[in-house]
Design a protein around this ligand. Structure first.
Ligand SMILES: N[C@@H](CCC(=O)N[C@@H](CS)C(=O)NCC(=O)O)C(=O)O
Length: 225
């Protein structure tokens, strides 16, 4: 098998500023799993370069190559693999299913609103005019999802309250905490705001801004291969 990482070492391919890349990076840190981070520059097209496509034919980050050389795409699948057997993954079947329910909610209802609205206004603002019609729709989708989450956190401390902090919280936090950068005021969602502070107070938490800096990312290589 082609080994895209270093044998025996977990390697995470990630891009700076991405909520999806942040999620597995945070789980690796909070679980104390030794790992390398390889930064891939999405904006310059590095995910479409042949050097990266030989590593991940899907052409996306985050991408994990585990210590055995097994490669995995999709941030939430990566979270699951990283957290297996740890306190971040509930052991009870019903709690695992509840957690997955919210992780699918994240990918289908929360991220698709917040991520593009933020991307085209904050990351590549010169393209904002191309999406003048979509941006309000993305914001509205984000507000609908945040309202559902707000009701959940009105009665629950964490995504799976009977378990406590889990990768479900990490998944929803990834883009949830970026809502204001997408033009959606989190002050309108008081229970979500309190939960965000709860996540930020968990042991070993590192912010999206800090996690892909030399201080926190063990090995930095801007080249994808
Ligand atoms: N559903 C995927 C989304 C991954 C994704 O959208 N990755 C973006 C960066 S945040 C990417 O790699 N884009 C580059 C490209 O598509 O060429 C996940 O949760 O990991």
């Amino acid at each position: 098998m082609h080994h895209a990482g270093v044998p025996g070492v977990t390697t995470l391919y990630a891009t700076r500023g991405s909520g999806n890349s942040f999620k597995p990076a945070l789980a690796l840190r909070q679980l104390g799993i030794p790992h390398d981070i390889r930064l891939v520059d999405v904006l310059s097209g590095e995910t479409r370069a042949s050097s990266f496509l030989t590593i991940n034919p899907l052409g996306q980050v985050p991408y994990l190559v585990d210590a055995n050389g097994v490669g995995l795409s999709q941030s939430n699948a990566i979270l699951w693999h990283i957290a297996e057997g740890s306190h971040l993954l509930p052991a009870r079947p019903a709690e695992r299913a509840q957690m997955l329910q919210w992780m699918f909610f994240e990918q289908t209802q929360l991220e698709p609103g917040i991520s593009p609205a933020r991307f085209y206004t904050v990351i590549v603002p010169d393209r904002e005019h191309e999406f003048a019609r979509e941006i309000p729709q993305w914001r509205s989708k984000a507000r609908t999802a945040l309202a559902i989450l707000n009701d959940h956190f009105a009665v629950s401390d964490f995504v799976v309250p009977s378990h406590g902090y889990s990768i479900g919280d990490i998944a929803l936090y990834g883009y949830g905490h970026l809502a204001s950068e997408a033009g959606v005021d989190l002050a309108d969602f008081a229970h979500v705001s309190r939960w965000i502070r709860r996540v930020e107070n968990t042991m070993g938490f590192v912010s999206l801004e800090d996690i892909f800096t030399p201080k926190y990312s063990p090995i930095m290589a801007v080249e994808a291969a």
